[in-house]
Each structure stands twice: as structure tokens, then as C-alpha cells.
Ligand binder design. Structure first.
Ligand SMILES: Nc1ncnc2c1ncn2[C@@H]1O[C@H](COP(=O)(O)OP(=O)(O)OP(=O)(O)O)[C@@H](O)[C@H]1O
Length: 253
């Protein structure tokens, strides 16, 4: 665990201990034309950790998540999932890697309207030509509280329930890392708490690694540490964040 309130650094923590890292970024820069959305960022996410990524609008959070998860390619620098260098992969290989080894949860749930809950949850397995491990599927379904709803379609569920299905879908492949981009932004605080608890449990109960992009200090407080981005750089890390310490740090960014 890095020291709390680590000194600001333009490059972030050096990518040390790759054996223990779920994802490692080395000197990652992402340019969109003249805009530098990520500026020479290095960081490694320890396996079994829960990290919140925070920063003002436009600070580069989504770009960070997209580059770290293989959804987008950096302009320069290297991203590794475990020991796999994503820069060396062709598009089709990257697609497979994302499907089989990474979980995603987005603000908009992204469930398939015509499929029931069970088919939505098992979709990544189906797409990968795999079958569900029945015990794991049952555990995931129970964890998210959807056992009684497996035959329902997304339109029959509340927003919070749909997001719980999306979390189950992200966990069903036992991914090495789950990336969540503002997953609770559209939910009331109590429902948001249920979804965040599921992500916390994924880390505590099964040792998964979670990276959560959020604007919400209360959501960040579920994480082991909060990273602060500003102008495409990691400018601080806060260990064991609380809503209050995150707010205080945020105000001085
Ligand atoms: N596809 C793109 N084309 C051009 N510029 C982009 C693109 N995506 C992001 N940017 C720019 O990169 C910078 C970082 O954007 P990014 O979406 O990563 O920020 P963010 O912190 O996630 O913002 P928000 O909190 O508003 O979602 C911004 O200046 C943005 O305008």
C-alpha cells in the first residue's frame, strides 16, 4: 500500500512490482489532436485493490480508464494486463482480451433489452464460446440479489437493479480487473451504496481488482485509495479515503 498523501508527481508511482500488478501503465500519453488528455502517466494497480480515480471534468479520467482497459490505445507508452503487453495485440486479440479478462460497468448499464437477466449476465461467456460455471454463476447472481429476477427483461427492472445486473455481468468471467466508469451517477444514494458494496465485496471476497472513476467523494470512500488527476497527470493519492478527506483534497486541487 503506498503512503497516504503521497507527494504529487507528474508521472505517478513508478511501475514497480509488475508481478503483483493487475494493470500497469508506463509513461502513457494520449493526445487528441493538440489536446494532451493523458500526460506521461505511470501507475500500477495492485491485484486485489480497489482504487477510485477522481478529478475535475476534463482532467482525463475516462481517457485513463479507456487506455488502462484496452478500450483505446495510448499515443505513446505501454499498458500491461498482468504480463500481457496490450500494445502488441491486434484489434481482434484486444477484443477477446477485454471480453475474457476485463470487466466493465458503465453509467448507462448497457444491458441488451431483448435478453432476460440471466442471458445478460452470461453474455460475455456466450460471446467467448464458454459456458457458465454453475456454482460461480449462482454465487454472483445471489451476491447482486437477482436470483428471483433471472427471467425479467431490463425494462422490468429499476435503474439500481439494472446496474446490479451489469455488475454481475462484469464479474461472471472472473476478470482480472473490473473498470467502472461513474456506475452510480444515475442512482439515488442508497441504491448507489448497494452497487458500491458489490464492487467492494468483489475485492474483499474474491480478491478481484477494481478501478472506479467517480466524481462522488462518498463513492470514493468505498475504495482503498483515491487517485487525483489534473490536466492528464496523477497529482496525488489518498490512502483509506473518507468522503471528508476526499472533499478536502479536492478543494485544493
Ligand atoms: N475523442 C476525443 N476527441 C477529442 N478530445 C477528447 C476526446 N476524448 C477526450 N478528449 C479530451 O481529452 C480531455 C480529457 O477528457 P476525459 O473525457 O478523459 O476527461 P474526464 O476527466 O473523464 O471528464 P468528465 O469528468 O467530464 O467525464 C478533455 O480535454 C477532452 O475534451
Amino acid at each position: 500500500m503506498p503512503a497516504p498523501n503521497a507527494a504529487p508527481s507528474t508521472a505517478g508511482r513508478p511501475a514497480a512490482d509488475p508481478g503483483g500488478a493487475a494493470v500497469t501503465l508506463e509513461r502513457v500519453t494520449k493526445q487528441y489532436g493538440r489536446v494532451t488528455a493523458l500526460d506521461n502517466v505511470s501507475w500500477s494497480f495492485r491485484r486485489g485493490s480497489f482504487t477510485a480515480i477522481m478529478g475535475a471534468s476534463g482532467s482525463g479520467k475516462s481517457t485513463f480508464l479507456h487506455c488502462a482497459s484496452g478500450l483505446d490505445r495510448p499515443t505513446s507508452g505501454r499498458v500491461r494486463l498482468g504480463d500481457t503487453d496490450l500494445g502488441r495485440m491486434k484489434e481482434a486479440q484486444l477484443t477477446r482480451l477485454r471480453r475474457d479478462r476485463v470487466g466493465f460497468v458503465f453509467q448507462g448499464y448497457n444491458l441488451v433489452p431483448s435478453m432476460d437477466v440471466e442471458r445478460n449476465i452470461t453474455l460475455p461467456l456466450f460471446l467467448g464460446g464458454r459456458t457458465a460455471d454453475p456454482r460461480w454463476l449462482t454465487e454472483v447472481v445471489h451476491r447482486v440479489g437477482m436470483a428471483e429476477r433471472l427471467a425479467h427483461k431490463p425494462a422490468q427492472l429499476s435503474g439500481g437493479q439494472q446496474q446490479r445486473v451489469a455488475v454481475a455481468r462484469a464479474l461472471v468471467t472472473r476478470p482480472e480487473i473490473v473498470f467502472a466508469d461513474e456506475p452510480t451517477a444515475a442512482l439515488d444514494p442508497r441504491t448507489a451504496g448497494h452497487v458500491l458494496r458489490l464492487l467492494r465485496e468483489a475485492v474483499d471476497a474474491t480478491g478481484q481488482t477494481v478501478v472506479l472513476v467517480t466524481h462522488d467523494p462518498t463513492a470514493a470512500a468505498w475504495a482503498d485509495s483515491a487517485l487525483f488527476l489534473s490536466e492528464g497527470r496523477i497529482v496525488d493519492e489518498l490512502a483509506a479515503p473518507t468522503a471528508a478527506t476526499v472533499l478536502t483534497r479536492w478543494e485544493t486541487l
